[in-house]
Design a protein around this ligand. Structure first.
Ligand SMILES: [Zn+2]
Length: 133
């Protein structure tokens, strides 16, 4: 069965291994760690080592674990990270999700169409120009 793939927009490396998407996160206090996200959009469970001590409301910088690029989508909003998704049909989407711990929102964009996920998704809708149809 073919599955969705998630790629770094900078190096094209595959970020999903088995059932998790893997990132490095950098906290404002300089602490770095590995974080695992579920590939289902709308699922906001984040798995990290307990020593990373993630607190709701804190901003994390998501970095590609392969090329270490900062994935922040600064041209849209500093609090959003951007990756690429390719679905089972080969269609490419831009995925944006919040870098704020505990904030539940993600966006799937293909050309001009935006699909929104999560209870906090209205927070960033103003940053997408015309918004969803
Ligand atoms: Zn990369």
């Amino acid at each position: 069965m073919k599955q969705n793939e998630y790629l770094c927009p900078k190096c094209g490396g595959f970020l999903k291994v088995n059932v998790k998407i893997i990132f490095i996160v950098l906290k404002d206090d300089g602490k770095k760690g590995i974080i695992l996200l579920n590939p289902e959009l709308g699922d906001y469970i984040r798995i990290a080592h307990s020593t990373l001590k993630l607190k709701d409301g804190e901003r994390l910088s998501f970095l590609c674990p392969i090329c270490h690029s900062d994935l922040s989508a600064n041209e849209i909003n500093r609090n959003l990270a951007r990756i690429i998704m390719i679905d089972e049909n080969g269609t490419e989407y831009k995925i944006l999700f919040s870098e704020i711990q505990g904030e539940k929102c993600s966006y799937r964009i293909c050309k001009k169409e935006i699909e929104v996920f999560g209870e906090d998704s209205s927070t960033y809708m103003n940053y997408f120009g015309s918004g969803p149809q």
